[in-house]
Design a protein around this ligand. Sequence first.
Ligand SMILES: [Zn+2]
Length: 420
Amino acid sequence: MSMQYASGAVGNVTVNGVKLWDDILETARFGGTPKGGIKRLALTEEDRQVRDWFVRTCEALGCTVSHDSMGNQFARRPGTEDTLPPITMGSHLDTQPTGGKFDGIVGVLGGLAVLRALQETGRETRHPIELINWTNEEGSRFSPAMLSSGVFAGVFTEQEALDTKDREGVRLGDALEGIGYRGAEVCGAHPVAAYFELHIEQGPILEVEHKTIGIVTGVQGMRWYEVTLTGRDSHAGSTPMRLRADTLVTAARMIDAVQTIALEHGPDAVGTVGLIENRPNSRNVVPGEVFFTVDFRDPDDSIVQKMEDAFYAQASELAEKAGLTLDIARVWDTPAVQFDPECVASVTRAADTLGYPARRIVSGAGHDATYMAQVAPTAMIFVPCAGGLSHNEEESAEPDDVTAGANVLLRAVLETDMRL
Ligand SMILES: [Zn+2]
């Protein structure tokens, strides 16, 4: 890595962690629940309130705030070369029905802390710096998740997104108009030079390993399969072993193969059979049909493909040997995302310079960054959450960890501003 972007040039500017924590508590009132969580579903009155707060607060920091045709909000701090595309930070302010105070929120308010630090120290950047609040990330009211960053990246069309209905039959487009956040700028037309997202891990690894920062290198790829083996039901007493078409025994060998295949494709590959139905499931009947599911995941799609190929080959061979009919259907395929190496390197250097214990990590969950990685150099920063608990009112994170995450975000943004 080139030394010309070394830490010295970034300087010693840091975020105000106390003010960041105050912001987390203050915005938690919009949709706050008695148990200390938040219920702030996308495009509801509570969402409008937190959006209005976002506009007021960012404007008070000298930013101009706009929103696009999907209601995605952009708070902009101008650069000295203001025609350059902006370096962006973002996440989401909507929550699950029994959500916590941190999922998504840490990314937006952490970005706000970065804007505040730049403003209060009079720090100039070449690129404009922008903070994005994505509409309907959770997918709880309007399915699927990450809907508006998906439209931004061209994964979904705007029309299909606007026509998405909630369970009461309310169109997303109407709800967006209803809270006054349908903008004129076409979603996706907004230029972006790079995108950084700070988020809680939503898993246990950082906490268990006493790490403050997760340097997220990507989002793992995942494929799901449904397997049906068909043989012949027959009497457990009077059918000789050589004349059986026993599907459960062969299914057992296939399940064993799934584990072996995952182990052979390590270190990150995982393979799981979590659901099995044995028919007729009677103690004195040789099972004539078995249905089971397979789940293969890895940060690298080519590894997932290799696991799939190996499983198809071994399953076919096992079924043929046993004289069984095999049907395998791939029912879900979500490709892996590899974040931009330069952006990941900036996150790594930032954690290093600040002396935070850090490790590289692959996200098991999807985020707005998953789609943003398709249109701009992207990276993510994870901070620990207690017990790995998320999508829960008891979701919790330490103020020092949240501050650390925002400081890494700040340095990564500043370094990227100098690099691009
Ligand atoms: Zn989230």
